[in-house]
Write a protein that binds this ligand. Structure first.
Ligand SMILES: O=C(O)C(=O)C[C@]1(C(=O)O)C=C[C@@H](O)C=C1
Length: 290
């Protein structure tokens, strides 16, 4: 049986993980903090960790990308997308006005993961402009805090699963700014993921450019372009070593052993760039796994 580390039960990560591994018997290790999710696999307690990496509305989850690059060295073994459906959760009985209707003005604080709050800004501006927001380590953690603090006038943003787990009410359903709100998740660990096959493979690499080499990025991109190698993402992040120094996180739409790719990477190394392979893995789009 595989052991998999993930954010708490009822988080979007937990729902997404159960979806990818449906039908399999898994020993789930739930952690409050994403750092502990990573470390569980680093320390050999889990076979894999589940990491949310990018969201339709909010973009890349920088903290998680930085952990993947700076703090740990575990390969990516799969990626998949899963819908992030957020709801306003609380205790309805505490929030009714004299006519027995839900009264948003009674909600003083909304607690959730910062990425989930960012996905629901229009709803918050429209219905809860007076409420303060508090960031916590997962949507499920926010729901747990609301459950533990009755009569405080607090609500959380989270999943229907978390509301059911904590016996709270769903005060408003589907409150994200856009309906097509998906999160891309990574499965990291030392063993390849073989439970499902995908006809789409990806390779993620990290490129550090040589200093004082005008046009280096242009030359790197040319190495892919003239071979007609498609890149699905390119993003710069600070190296954290010197102000103004960046590395480039690049997703390539092919497996590492595809004929053209090793030659492109050799060409890039010959320019004096450092290339780190973060993984070569199957990619599952929502219509393939839903
Ligand atoms: O807090 C959760 O439920 C998570 O799984 C984390 C996370 C994230 O880190 O982006 C994942 C997806 C959601 O859209 C919001 C938060």
């Amino acid at each position: 049986m595989k052991t998999i580390a993930v954010l708490p039960a009822g988080s979007v990560s937990d729902e997404a993980a159960r979806h990818l591994f449906r039908g399999e018997e898994i020993d789930w290790k739930h952690h409050r903090l994403i750092s502990d999710v990573f470390l569980s696999t680093v320390n050999g307690i889990s076979d894999y960790s589940i990491i949310p990496i990018e969201n339709t509305i909010e973009g890349s989850v920088s903290l998680h990308m930085d952990w993947l690059v700076h703090e740990v060295d575990i390969p990516i073994q799969a990626e998949w997308v899963y819908p992030s459906i957020q709801n306003l959760i609380g205790r309805q009985s505490e929030l009714l006005n004299g006519s027995g209707e839900l009264d948003y003005s009674r909600i003083k604080k909304v607690i959730s993961h910062p990425v989930a709050i960012a996905q629901c800004l229009q709803f918050l501006r429209t219905h809860l402009p007076h409420a303060e927001t508090e960031h916590v380590s997962s949507t499920a953690e926010g729901v747990r805090i609301v459950r533990n603090n009755p009569n405080a006038g607090w609500a959380a943003i989270g999943t229907m699963t978390a509301a059911a787990n904590e016996s709270l009410d769903v005060l408003a359903r589907g409150i994200t700014d856009h309906d097509n709100n998906y999160t891309r998740f990574l499965l990291v660990g030392s063993e390849p993921y073989t439970a499902r096959q995908s006809d789409t493979m990806k390779t993620s690499i990290l490129i550090t450019l040589p200093e004082d080499f005008p046009g280096a990025l242009h030359q790197v991109l040319s190495a892919f372009a003239w071979r007609k190698i498609n890149l699905s993402r390119i993003e710069s992040r600070p190296t954290k070593k010197k102000l103004g120094n960046y590395y480039f996180f690049i997703d390539i739409d092919m497996a590492l052993d595809t004929v053209l790719l090793p030659a492109a990477l050799q060409e890039i190394e010959a320019l004096g760039c450092q290339v780190r392979i973060l993984g070569s893995y199957p990619s599952f789009s929502e219509d393939k796994i839903l």
